[in-house]
Write a protein that binds this ligand. Structure first.
Ligand code: ADP
Length: 158
């Protein structure tokens, strides 16, 4: 290997990436994105976004605590809550990029718009990771719906 190629090995000196989302709740699909982002960046900051106007399914503090517990033994993953614009929070947190998952064309359209706006606002780039096929149909809203109707959702949660 040439000397300068070493800089591009997974997780070698590639900084902090922000993974923002509602994570209401945090699913196996989210965990898959975190795992893969750890192969690209040194650290992953999971930003649990909340809206003061809107209470989620799980209170934001509980979401943060549950995700922290999950990554208690992974020092390269940090979890915080934030409110306001994701791009502003990304800048404040010192992230070099935002990472998001893409499951479908609908996700793709939305993520393209968000990535463009966020780049125009703050210059921050977004890295889109295609959902792994086994998780491509999994969403927090489906988990909430199944749980609402009394189904066991533990198979979808890490
Ligand atoms: P938001 O409300 O910001 O869309 P979510 O918690 O629903 O927050 O999702 C956060 C990110 O994780 C989004 O980029 C979403 O596309 C991605 N994501 C959600 N579920 C999956 C999954 N099953 N596989 C891959 N990415 C996913």
């Amino acid at each position: 290997m040439k000397k300068n190629e070493q800089e591009y090995l997974p997780g070698q000196g590639r900084g902090l990436v922000l993974f923002p989302g509602s994570f209401d709740p945090f699913t196996l699909g989210h965990a898959d994105i975190v795992k893969r982002a750890l192969g690209l960046f040194d650290e992953v900051l999971i930003g649990v976004g909340y809206n003061e106007q809107k209470q989620g399914w799980m209170p934001v503090g509980e979401r943060v605590e549950a995700i922290r517990k999950l990554y208690a033994d992974e020092p390269r993953v940090k979890v915080v809550s934030y409110t306001g614009l994701t791009a502003d929070f990304a800048k404040e947190s010192g992230a070099i990029a935002i990472v998001r998952g893409v499951r479908s064309m609908a996700d793709y359209d939305y993520e393209m718009q968000m990535a463009d706006v966020n780049r125009q606002l703050t210059g921050i780039e977004t890295v889109l990771l295609p959902a792994s096929p086994q998780f491509a149909s999994l969403s927090s809203s489906i988990v909430r719906e199944l749980s609402h109707f009394g189904h066991d959702v533990s198979a979808f949660l890490p």
